[in-house]
Design a protein around this ligand. Structure first.
Ligand code: AMP
Length: 322
């Protein structure tokens, strides 16, 4: 157990017991970690406290559902009336929480692994060196002991979160504790190949077309920044939506002499361009913050208002390489 959170874990369990209504939130544009953590926690609460009213909210992901995760609930405003416990997972700052109605929570708990720039919870459990939020929440659930067991379904969701945010245990954030926590989830009885990986990594044909596009289009600057740009017209011709723009970022991850790589995806509905930046070692989070975003040392997100800003972003990233 992460001993530094012993006191907070007790408070969280006390609050889960106290409230009759519990609603679990996560960040906008969800990834495997956000969804896996949210649904893993919801499943565990429902399994162990069957008389409680438990909900989960946020927009659906365009491809993960219903293969790996169930569709989200669509909750009317009246559900958020009266007392309830709001638990927000995997979200560093309040503006990224998918569903503003978290604010109505009588008590708000934050579980996260991003830098704690905004401790918006009444209880904040933040471990920003951890590979995934799913690992943190798994640690909390295991700390509750055998009296509150974890089902195979809950373990499957949490495992998907760890796999997603570690790039299948590839990233530098993976350590022995990550593996031990993943093993504890496997001990519950899940078979990752069958229960998780098949659904996570099965591809549709559009995905292969996107892969072709990325391989044909990506560029590498003289100083070693690799990137690709997907404009709305490209998304339309590939038949995918903007959420999938970063799907093949990892193609650029192992190129010798390329310490930083990113994708740019037009989001016409917002009138902006979504940037996903990754690095081997260099800390890209400050550049991401400068460009209307944020995130982790080696994985961050940013926003461009126009493509004219692209050379400036490249320049900032090249400065890091210097
Ligand atoms: P992405 O490129 O969308 O996969 O995001 C990489 C990491 O950066 C994730 O952990 C996100 O939660 C975080 N992130 C992305 N966009 C933002 C943002 N606008 N503000 C803060 N963190 C972000």
């Amino acid at each position: 157990m992460f001993k530094q959170f012993k006191k907070e874990y007790k408070q969280v369990l006390k609050n889960i017991k106290k409230y009759q209504k519990i609603i679990v939130f996560r960040h906008q544009r969800p990834d495997y970690d956000a969804l896996g953590t949210q649904l893993g926690l919801v499943t565990w609460i429902k399994d162990n406290f069957p008389s409680k009213e438990v909900h989960y909210v946020g927009k659906n992901h365009s491809t993960f559902m219903p293969y790996l995760y169930p569709y989200m609930e669509e909750l009317q405003d009246d559900v958020f009336e009266g007392e309830f416990l709001a638990i927000v997972v995997d979200t560093g700052n309040s503006s990224r929480i998918d569903d503003e109605r978290y604010k109505k929570g009588s008590t708000i708990i934050k579980f996260d692994h991003h830098p704690n720039i905004e401790p918006y919870g009444s209880i904040n459990i933040v471990y920003n060196e951890l590979s995934s939020c799913a690992e943190l929440v798994s640690d909390f659930l295991f700390s509750c002991g055998n009296k509150y067991p974890l089902s195979r379904l809950a373990a499957k969701y949490l495992y998907s979160g760890i796999v997603g945010d570690t790039g299948r245990f590839l990233f530098s954030s993976v350590n022995a504790t990550t593996m031990r926590n993943a093993a504890r989830l496997m001990d519950v009885g899940i078979v990752p190949a069958r229960d998780v990986f098949d659904a996570m990594y099965e591809k549709d044909l559009a995905s292969i077309e996107l892969q072709k596009f990325v391989l044909n289009q990506f560029k590498v600057t003289e100083k070693g920044v690799a990137y690709y740009v997907l404009e709305d017209k490209d998304l339309k011709s590939l038949g995918i939506d903007s959420e999938r723009g970063k799907e093949y970022l990892s193609i650029m991850s192992g190129i010798r002499g390329v310490p930083i790589w990113f994708s740019v995806t037009e989001e016409v509905e917002r009138g902006t361009y979504r940037v996903s930046i990754r690095s081997k070692i260099l800390d890209i989070s400050s550049v991401a913050s400068k460009w209307r975003g944020g995130g982790h040392i080696n994985a961050s997100g940013a926003t461009l208002n126009t493509l004219e800003e692209l050379p400036l972003l490249i320049k900032d990233l090249e400065e890091l390489i210097k």
